[in-house]
Design a protein around this ligand. Structure first.
Ligand code: ATP
Ligand code: MG
Length: 354
């Protein structure tokens, strides 16, 4: 495997905060970055050396990306698989590849893939029709979450149901999009593992983080977590197994529910750097963004050793206005440069040393 030479150009599909942080780290390692996204004024675009603003399946724009870049990656899992196919047909190398993207875009494929790989998930049913919604609802005793199979994020595209609710109404509310109805997991907590994998199969994982969600949005990630060593090892093993099964190249995140018994269930896989790994750049020798660039570039993976106990807190909406004033001198702040502030929108994060 030939490492990507210093000074090469890396393309990033997607232009949000993850792209911004990836682009900055790539630049720190001596690469030039081209950001490809749809927003004229995106967070990533404003730190990249070049950017292309276009639809993800715009062939001329993809051709420009392919010509400009030595290697292309992504920061957003809802990039159409077709875009990767077009780029590959043009001779471009894209990491991660189509399998990771295709599986992780669809909650049904993701769960069935995970189960086949030997990693358990919550019980669930596929819902394609009003009739399916009723059958699934009855099968799970009316306690569960109806989620669209595709395009969900930060709790959007979900309806939490109780036995007295109407599954038909919920399905209609979600515009009858293909869904899964997932059993409500009585979890004791949540955790995630960030794993990096190179094309030759070498892997490195970060220590599992303990995650706390608020209103379906990640609020806090903490390392070390309070979970038992066996639970942490099970999560690390599962994440590696899934990365291997996907043939994933780059960083990916696996989110787990932790049951009272210490057993884990996969919630979902993000085929990219992840919010629950935002503590790693400050707390570890190598952060997740650098590790992703190393993995796709075929560079040796960096040490994931953690140097301090930390808690990462997301700054949502107008939290960002007061972050500087309320943070202590030792608190480490990252802001995403988003122009428009909306309630619940991820505007930045703060890493606090514990
Ligand atoms: P993200 O943008 O973080 O990926 P999302 O919109 O894809 O979120 P999920 O990951 O499906 O949403 O769920 C968000 C949170 O909602 C979970 O972390 C968990 O706290 C809660 N949740 C989701 N599914 C279940 C479930 N089956 N049982 C219990 N809680 C759940
Ligand atoms: Mg999700």
């Amino acid at each position: 495997m030939t490492p990507l030479p210093v000074g090469s150009v890396i393309g990033i599909l997607g232009d949000g905060q993850l792209g911004r942080m990836l682009a900055s780290e790539a630049a720190r390692l001596g690469f030039d970055v081209v950001v490809f996204g749809q927003d004229e004024d995106s967070p990533a675009r404003r730190v990249a050396s070049h950017s292309i603003v276009a639809e993800y399946t715009d062939r001329d724009a993809l051709a420009e990306l392919s010509v400009r870049c030595d290697l292309i990656t992504l920061e957003f899992e809802n990039v159409p698989v077709e875009a990767l196919q077009i780029l590959e047909d043009m001779g471009a190398t894209v990491c991660p590849g189509q399998t990771s993207l295709k599986i992780c875009q669809d909650r049904h494929l993701e769960k069935s893939f995970s189960r086949e790989a030997g990693v358990m998930t919550a019980d669930y049913h596929v819902v394609n029709s009003v009739d399916d919604a009723v059958v699934a609802f009855e099968a799970l005793g009316g306690n569960g979450i109806l989620k669209t199979r595709r395009d969900g994020y930060d709790g959007h595209g979900q309806r939490r149901l109780k036995p007295e609710d109407s599954p038909v109404q919920a399905f209609e509310d979600l515009r009858e999009a293909p869904c899964v109805f997932e059993a409500l997991v009585p979890f004791a907590g949540e955790m995630s593992v960030i794993v990096a994998r190179r094309a030759d199969g070498e892997m490195a994982t970060f220590e599992p983080a303990e995650n706390i969600h608020k209103n379906g949005i990640l609020h806090i990630s903490r390392a070390p977590s309070r979970y038992a060593e066996e639970t942490k090892q099970a999560a690390i093993g599962a994440a590696k197994k899934l990365a291997e099964a996907l043939g994933h190249v780059g960083v990916m995140a696996c989110e787990f529910f932790v049951l009272e018994s210490g057993e884990i269930l996969l919630n979902e896989i993000a085929p990219r750097v992840h919010n629950s790994g935002h503590w790693t750049p400050e707390a570890c020798i190598t952060g997740q963004f650098e590790q992703h660039i190393r993995a796709i570039a075929g560079w040796p993976l960096g040490s994931t050793d953690r140097l301090m106990d930390v808690e990462m807190e997301n700054l949502l909406g107008d939290d960002v206005m007061t972050a500087y004033g309320s943070a202590g001198p030792g608190d480490m702040i990252t802001l995403y440069g988003k122009r428009e502030m909306r309630a619940g929108r991820k505007m930045g994060h703060i890493v606090k040393r514990l």
